[in-house]
Design a binder for this molecule. Structure first.
Ligand code: TXA
Ligand code: MG
Length: 338
């Protein structure tokens, strides 16, 4: 007898409880694509060795085929079956941060579905720590390709409700689990060289990497940036325009009522005249909570029909580097490819 009743969304996506592990694995093993919770953002997962399943991810997200996917595994041994590790610092970082929100770009050793690597000779791997995702990997023995579970260019989904909003009927299944711990994507590092080079800032900070590999650096070389194709495309953009500011006195004094949303990096005492000008206001007492609620705020602002979101800049250290990366990309509507 089945423990759980089958549930479907109105557009035909199968909805799972985290405990439905066997059925989730059955769907993934058969070539299905499934929205899975991770500690960073929700992922849209497929068997990374199944070409058709991987193509379904690109179709569902309307993702450019030149943008490669991150592959998720449960152990260093599994990673080594597909990728080469040529530097001791990579093992040190694997030991220090994994399972966790750090992705390694490594030389590809054994082919995966070609869509995964977008024709590159490297592959990005990470080991998620989120309980359900990890259990699926451990019990299935699969390696799962999973980009963030959102329409391409839009803010990443950090709750199952956000994923259903973007991809209902476009994915075979969705695991309805808790909201994500970090709310921001993993840090991506180039691990093909003698030191970590940060290709995408994320939940593991540069400072944390430097404790393990002191010469870790941000990628300032444009050639390298071009090697991480995701950096060329539109990302994280809500329908509302995103405008950045430093100080509260820079904010417009008269606005069309309720058209705006405001995110502040610290808790302020707001004068009521300011409060009245905004439909939604969110203030944060830490960078962790700013990072955690940013994409959710963008989505709430879009649902509320807000036309402009004012976001406070933060200093680019610690998690602030990743927050500023997302804010800058969200505000650059004109400059990136679709
Ligand atoms: O936290 C995360 O990393 C989430 C969860 C689901 O794991 N996934 C995620 O995937 O953010 P996605 O597809 O949204 O971002 C993957 C990033 C892109 O910027 C892509 O260009 C880069 O990783 N990437 C993937 N493979 C690469 C490679 N071989 N070389 C350079 N960059 C690569
Ligand atoms: Mg993404």
């Amino acid at each position: 007898m089945k423990k759980y009743e089958k549930r479907f969304s109105s557009a035909g996506t199968r909805l799972f409880e985290p405990a439905d592990i066997e059925s989730i694995i059955e769907l993934l093993s058969g070539g299905g694509i499934v929205g899975l919770p991770s500690e960073t953002v929700y992922g849209l997962a497929a068997d990374a060795t199944n070409e058709l399943a991987v193509q379904k991810i690109f179709l569902a997200k309307e993702r450019p085929v030149t943008n490669p996917l991150i592959v998720h595994c449960s152990s260093v041994e599994q990673l080594l079956a597909y990728a080469s590790v040529d530097h001791q610092w990579v093992y040190d970082c694997l030991a220090a941060f994994c399972p966790g929100p750090l992705s390694f770009v490594l030389p590809l050793r054994r082919p995966l579905a070609c869509g995964v690597t977008a024709g590159l000779s490297t592959v990005a791997f990470r080991m998620p720590s989120q309980t359900t995702f990890r259990e699926i990997l451990l019990q299935s023995g699969l390696v799962l390709a999973a980009p963030s579970a959102n329409r391409s260019g839009k803010p990443s989904g950090t709750s199952w409700q956000a994923v259903l909003h973007d991809l209902d009927g476009r994915m075979d299944g969705l695991v309805c689990d808790v909201a994500c711990q970090w709310g921001l994507e993993s840090t991506v590092i180039d691990a093909t060289t003698d030191r970590p080079v940060l290709l995408r800032a994320g939940a593991i900070t540069l400072e944390a990497l430097q404790k393990i590999a002191p010469n870790a650096a941000v990628d300032t070389n444009h050639e390298l940036a071009a090697r991480s194709p995701g950096t060329r495309f539109r990302h994280y953009q809500p329908t509302a325009s995103v405008v950045l500011f430093d100080r509260l006195d820079e904010l417009p004094t008269s606005t069309s009522a309720k058209a705006f949303g405001l995110i502040c990096a610290s808790t302020f005492h707001f004068e009521s005249s300011l409060r009245d000008r905004y439909h939604l206001i969110e203030t944060f007492d830490s960078l962790d909570s700013y990072a955690n609620k940013l994409f959710d705020f963008f989505r709430r602002a879009d649902s509320a029909g807000v036309s402009e979101i004012h976001c406070q800049r933060v200093s680019q250290s610690g998690l602030g580097l990743a927050i500023m990366d997302r804010l800058l990309r969200a505000s650059q509507a004109e400059q990136l490819e679709d």
